[in-house]
Design a protein around this ligand. Structure first.
Ligand code: GAP
Length: 441
């Protein structure tokens, strides 16, 4: 396996601190000491994540079949999770150090060696730990029914399969897609957004006939790789790896991971899995409801197979942050910038008057542009260099400056984030200029 190269110019700690300082992402309930594995998104984080969600939805359109949307509840009844196999199978092996009481995932450390935390070698037996978060629904704890926060969004899709089939006019092959929260009581949440206890998934369940599974699997593999290329992610940092043997989840007969080369190694970004007809069959058996589709050609009913494409929004956002982060020297000053594609950048453009006394005309321009292009900023504080650096640091692709020449020529300068090159354009060309940058990416 190819080892990670040192191509990343930012460490996880620096990136985490930058995300907090510039208002992308905060630790949940930080003022109370935080909650391990939980994060809150600030303004820029929300905008960036929304752009990724939109890009993902757009990427699902295809010439094979329709894709419809669902937004399912976050909690499901116990019966659902029994049928899906999560109560029985959704666990990780756990081990404790008897000396320092630290808890580890047994498959992530070498039990032949001493505890990486305290240096003693006194392990408990390895036990299975179910990762679902359980809750009691109803006013009285004793008589309430048990529910679980969903560990994957997919199950809402399977249990709604019949509802969706009967209310939309979709025909096999077709997809049901969903963006929503998932919860896992991870034994060791770590690496910022990489392994969280509450996170968001973007999942597509693609329903097809069994005889078309291979063709469909290959089709989605190619299409999903194209998605990452279209986000501008470095092609050398993305690869596909097939699961083998025991690595396969309980529901899957074939899984390929799309992996990203994080600074801490090649790691899964997205799983593409052939789930067979396991889920629909299980829910059909456990609920007693018929979840078959009728084939007009053969005049017979069958349970379709499923190909699933599942990516975590937060993990993808982390990959994008690592991939887009750059450092260079401009005018003898070190700067850092996120080279987001304009359509993904949280802020599309910034507007500066060169000096405070020029702020009124530039503010008027900014207000007008804002009616057409949302998510732009106006900034008058500090030197022009400082203002450029602030925008670079949050990945704003374009900065417009109103200077003394603007007064007489009705022009502004526009500076490109990546090259730092500037050109002068007419004020009435600002909106088309930004629109063109957004369309071209
Ligand atoms: N429905 C299939 C499923 O849930 P998975 O491989 O367990 O498969 C799919 O998860 C994706 O969800 C992963 O590729 C990853 O991007 C994201 N993901 C899973 N666990 C995560 C966690 N603890 N924190 C952040 N993202 C996670």
């Amino acid at each position: 396996m190819k080892e990670p190269t040192a191509k990343h110019t930012v460490t996880l700690d620096t990136l985490t601190a930058l995300c907090k300082r510039r208002g992308f992402i905060f630790q949940t309930a930080e003022i109370y000491g935080g909650l391990n594995g939980f994060y809150d998104y600030g303004h820029l984080g929300v905008l960036l994540k929304n752009n990724l969600r939109q890009a993902w939805q757009d990427s699902l359109y295809n010439d094979k079949g329709e894709v419809v949307f669902l937004e399912g509840a976050l909690i499901g009844p116990e019966a659902l999770w029994k049928a899906s196999g999560h109560i029985e199978h959704f666990h990780d092996p756990m081990v404790d150090c008897m000396s320092c009481k630290h808890r580890f995932r047994a498959d992530q450390i070498d039990l032949e060696k001493a505890c990486p935390h305290c240096g003693n070698k006194k392990w408990t037996d390895v036990r299975n730990f179910n990762m679902m978060l359980k809750t009691t629904i109803g006013a009285a704890e004793s008589s309430g029914s048990i529910g679980y926060l969903r560990p994957e969004t997919a199950q809402s899709i399977f249990v709604n399969f019949k509802n969706i089939l009967s209310t939309t006019r979709v025909k096999i092959p077709f997809g049901i897609s969903q963006i929503g929260k998932a919860f896992r009581n991870e034994i060791t949440p770590k690496q910022f957004l990489f392994r969280m206890r509450e996170f968001e998934q973007m999942e597509l369940e693609w329903f097809c006939k069994q005889e078309n599974v291979k063709e469909m699997f290959d089709f989605w593999r190619t299409k999903r790789m194209q998605f990452y290329h279209n986000l501008g992610i470095n092609k050398d940092a993305i690869r596909i790896r097939s699961h083998e043997g025991e690595e396969l989840a309980h529901y899957s007969t074939q899984t390929d991971d799309i992996e990203y080369q994080f600074p801490f190694g090649w790691k899964e970004l997205e799983g593409i899995a052939h789930r067979g007809n396991f889920d629909l069959r299980q829910h059909s058996t456990h609920s007693g409801k018929d979840l078959q589709v009728f084939d007009e050609e053969t005049k017979s009913s069958y349970i379709p197979d499923v190909i699933e494409c599942s990516v975590g929004s937060d993990r993808l956002l982390l990959a994008l942050l690592f991939d887009s982060y750059h450092e260079d020297v401009v005018d003898n000053e070190q700067r850092s910038y996120f080279a987001f594609l304009p359509r993904l950048a949280p802020i599309k453009a910034a507007f500066f008057p060169l000096m405070k006394k020029l702020q009124e005309p530039m503010r008027a321009i900014y207000r007008q542009v804002r009616t057409v292009i949302p998510h732009i900023q106006f900034d008058v504080s500090g030197s022009i260099g400082k203002r450029y650096r602030r925008q670079d640091e949050i990945g704003t692709p374009l900065c417009f400056t109103y200077d003394f020449e603007s007064e007489t020529t009705q022009t502004v300068t526009v500076r490109d984030r990546d090259t730092t090159k500037q050109e002068r354009i007419a004020i009435d060309q600002i909106i088309p200029y930004i629109q063109k940058a957004l369309q071209n990416t």
